[in-house]
Design a protein around this ligand. Structure first.
Ligand code: BTN
Length: 246
């Protein structure tokens, strides 16, 4: 079970960076988790910063040692983390989805983000630093992030950060063991597809060539987003190559 090795730091620069440094100096177990009261420079995707007010939200990093996952299957890690977070949020709110590749949305707003930093030896994933930022109790967001929301803004209730972290870790264990023991990758890929934001119907996207209307056709095993445009053209995108227009 991954919820047995949880550590708290009042303040760090970034839990992902902190964990990365710790790995270099110590032998840490699979599932070692650090969560922080505050990050002075929390990191988001695309070099963005991650805003999180003191002690109000979950900002954590989990060390996984998924040597049983090959590089070609490493998107599975992203899928199980997004599923674990969205499954737990589903206990508290409706309309929770996963916006490809691993943002967690409530309706058209972002409630959580995931930053996974993998290291590889040969063709296996030796370490995965799984950073999760989940807005729980914050009620006012000041950065220029376009559409943040917290669980408290949705439900009006206050949430215990450690309790939510423990639930996420238990759920993550469930999926993690599934890929370790049974290698049941197809199950995870299917559940992930079912949980996707805007999984059905045509929406507006933009890529280097401009704006277009398309529907999600599939997610390739490598993690590529496969879109079908309204004139039946199929296009594959890696992360950062396409944007959803909200
Ligand atoms: C995103 O941009 O969607 C990813 C956000 C990830 C934020 C979390 S907060 C805990 C961990 N430490 C960091 O510096 N970033 C991740």
């Amino acid at each position: 079970m991954l919820d047995k090795d949880i550590h708290y730091k009042e303040e760090v620069v970034s839990t992902n960076s902190y964990l990365k440094e710790l790995i270099e100096s110590q032998q840490l177990s699979d599932g070692y988790t650090i969560y922080a009261g505050f990050q002075t420079s929390g990191r988001g995707q695309r070099g963005n910063t991650w805003e999180s007010e003191h002690r109000l939200n979950l900002t954590c990093s989990i060390l996984l040692k998924p040597q049983f996952v090959q590089v070609k299957d490493s998107f599975l890690l992203s899928q199980i983390v997004s599923l674990a977070v969205s499954d737990i949020l589903n206990l508290y709110a409706d309309h929770i989805t996963i916006k490809w590749p691993n943002d967690i949305y409530w309706k058209d707003k972002k409630i959580a983000g995931v930053l996974i930093e993998n290291s590889f030896i040969d063709d296996v994933v030796v370490h995965s630093i799984v950073g999760i930022g989940l807005n729980l109790n914050q009620q006012c967001f000041e950065s220029d992030a376009p559409n943040p929301i917290s669980l408290k803004q949705i439900t009006g209730n206050h949430y215990d950060v450690l309790k939510i972290l423990s639930l996420i870790l238990k759920r993550l264990s469930f999926y993690y063991e599934m890929i370790r023991e049974e290698g049941d990758f197809e199950y995870i890929r299917n559940v992930y597809k079912k949980a996707l934001y805007r999984k059905e119907g045509f929406y507006t996207f933009s890529d280097q060539q401009g704006i277009f209307s398309a529907r999600i056709k599939d997610i390739a095993d490598l993690g590529l987003l496969i879109l079908e445009t309204d004139n039946n053209e199929v296009r594959n995108y890696g992360f950062k190559e396409v944007k959803y227009i909200l």
